[in-house]
Design a protein around this ligand. Structure first.
Ligand code: FAD
Length: 566
């Protein structure tokens, strides 16, 4: 191995070690998503479908009513987009309504809402204006959450009350949402570790009055979410006092990932709101626009779009609230579910915007309608807060870690005569058990039993494919992104299906489902499950029947030719 390769390998091992330490700290309860990778259905986290706590409902309803009235009067998303600015009066009004401190405790001026209740608020804002919802989300997660979770008492005393009042904003690095207007920023910087030949990321609170803080560009011109001010900043020899370190020195990545986890849930809620707006606009248009002597909604190709949109929006909402409930109910590790929600919600919204756009035809292209703005606003979602490709790999690799560990222990026991045979035997039994037995998915309504059975069978099949991939690729799985993508996609579909099944089951119990007159069918839920099962089967089948070699060859050929086809 050459010197450079050895260095790369050492660096990679160091990164893997750091990630292991960060992501897998100590024994934790098994969550829904990690359970899927072990062939289990951890029903307690999924069923029954969660609802906002009863005692929270009156205050939430009151807050939502006041928020709606305020937004009706003061929020003009088209003007925000045109002027590339969120007016100060709007921010002040949202602050007065308590939006910036919804989940902060009462002693710092917050409302102490649960994550689920807060999602209802973000859904409402997201249904109207993406700039405003992203602005609030960044403030709430990267700003307030980071301080709440990692701040010292002094840091909290100093910074939390103004954040809750909407006076301060946060951001970091090259593209920095609200960077040039923030009074305090959360900055992650790689620092040398004293006494070691290593560096680690530390989180700092930085204020614009610090010497060396330079705003290179306060408001970069951009495609969508134009109301948010995205800045380019530089920190030049900027001394930062010790008391501004957020969390433990060298543990900045943990700060970043933890707050991103929170942000991704409310991000899902904003996408849900926008998705519902798209569906409503498409339906209004399909019911009123006449072509060839009929309304658009009478054509099968438009029906197909509307039905697909309804199924996607239903699933997106179910997944958002179920994931939020994991936080409320104290699951320690929900990073897989939030990563899945981020990828799923951004793709679902993109599909919904695009379909609503198509239903509107040429009318959608003009700036007097909201869809061209919504299309522009939605495009950042698949890139920001962790590009979807990066998260897809993350989902597969983090999910496969537990079964991978079990295989490693079994293998080590076989190779070592003094190995822990009993443990290896038990682990082997668990692997074999998961491969032959489909887990039970406990739904209550008889109509849903066949769907539950099929979901259980797919979880078993998924687990078999995860095991096969691990046995086949071993450590090299880290580099096999085509395989990772199929595993992650199947896992996401299984999680989404579990959320939909749980929601539909709850609606049947409480009689709140919009059932068709013939019985207990819910078109959107049913359509989603049928499609999702099919997509899962396809992802798993493509593990064995695919064009991977041709894809690599074509990409390498084109990359080598500088993009020229002739
Ligand atoms: C409007 C806006 C606001 C933003 N606000 C903030 C903010 O407030 N705070 C903040 O920290 N960041 C912010 N960002 C940055 C944002 O998080 C990054 O743009 C995003 O994470 C992608 O990083 P990148 O732009 O460097 O793309 P790159 O890392 O250069 O990636 C480009 C593309 O390559 C692909 N890719 C990258 N890595 C991999 C991989 N490992 N495997 C496969 N494919 C890969 C992905 O498709 C990706 O889209 C903002 C960005 C924008 C556009």
């Amino acid at each position: 191995m050459s010197e450079t390769n050895a260095q790369t390998e050492a660096k990679r091992n160091q990164q893997i070690g750091a990630a292991e330490e960060l992501l897998f700290a100590g024994p934790q309860k098994l969550g829904v998503a990690k359970g899927l990778f072990l062939g289990r259905f951890v029903a307690d986290w999924v069923m029954p479908y969660p609802t906002v706590r009863r005692e929270e409902v009156p205050e939430l309803n009151d807050s939502l009513a006041r928020l709606r009235a305020f937004l009706d009067e003061h929020l003009d998303p088209a003007a925000i987009d045109r002027q590339a600015d969120i007016p100060r009066e709007l921010i002040d009004g949202l602050a007065r309504l308590g939006v910036f401190g919804m989940t902060a405790p009462g002693d710092v001026g917050g409302r102490g809402f649960s994550q689920m209740a807060y999602c209802r608020v973000m859904e409402e804002i997201g249904s109207r204006c993406a700039s405003t919802s992203i602005f609030v989300n960044v403030q709430h997660s990267v700003g307030m959450r980071a301080l709440l979770l990692f701040g010292t008492p002094e840091q909290k005393r100093r910074w939390l009350p103004p954040l809750v009042r909407g006076e301060l904003l946060n951001g970091e690095k090259r593209y920095i949402t609200s960077g040039a207007i923030a009074q305090v920023l959360t900055v992650m910087a790689r620092m040398p570790v004293p006494g070691k030949d290593e560096s680690a990321i530390t989180a700092f609170l930085v204020t614009p009055d610090m010497p060396g803080f330079v705003v290179l560009e306060p408001h970069m011109e951009k495609l969508g979410i134009r109301g948010t001010a995205t800045a380019r900043l530089a920190f030049r020899d900027m001394p930062v006092p010790k008391e501004n370190i957020l969390g433990a020195p060298g543990k900045g990545l943990k700060v970043a990932l933890t707050v991103l986890d929170f942000g991704r849930v409310t991000f899902g809620a904003s996408c849900t709101g926008a998705a519902k707006t798209c569906l409503r606009l498409a339906v209004q248009h399909a019911n009123t626009r006449r072509q060839f002597g009929r309304t658009l909604g009478e054509f099968e190709l438009i029906k197909k779009k509307i039905a697909r949109m309804a199924a996607g929006a239903y699933a997106l909402q179910a997944m958002t609230y179920l994931t939020a409930s994991l936080i409320d109910r104290g699951l320690e590790d929900y990073m897989l579910e939030t990563a899945m929600l981020k990828v799923f919600s951004t793709e679902a919204l993109w599909m919904l915007v695009s379909e609503a756009f198509q239903v509107h035809g040429g009318a959608a292209y003009f700036t007097d309608r909201p869809l061209e703005r919504m299309l522009r606003d939605a495009r950042i979602n698949q890139i920001g807060e962790g590009a979807n490709e990066v998260l897809t790999s993350f989902i597969a690799l983090v999910g496969m870690r537990a079964p991978g560990e079990q295989f490693r222990e079994i293998l080590e026991a076989f190779q070592n005569p003094w190995g822990d045979w009993r443990k290896a035997w038990l682990l082997g039994l668990e692997r074999v058990g998961a491969a032959v037995r489909a887990p039970e998915v406990p739904v209550r309504h008889p109509l849903l039993k066949p769907y539950a059975k099929r979901l259980g069978q797919l979880i078993r099949r998924f687990n078999v494919e995860v095991d096969r991939a691990l046995i086949r690729h071993r450590e090299e799985i880290l580099e096999r992104q085509y395989v990772q993508e199929r595993i992650a996609r199947a896992a996401m579909e299984l999680f989404a299906s579990a959320c939909v099944l749980s929601r539909w089951d709850a609606e049947l119990q409480t009689g709140t489902a919009n059932l068709d007159p013939a019985g207990a069918r819910h078109g959107a839920a049913e359509l989603f499950l049928r499609g999702s099962f099919r997509r899962t089967r396809r992802s798993l089948a493509e593990m064995h029947d695919n064009d991977d070699a041709a894809v690599t060859a074509t990409a390498d050929w084109v990359l080598g030719r500088g993009g020229e086809l002739e």
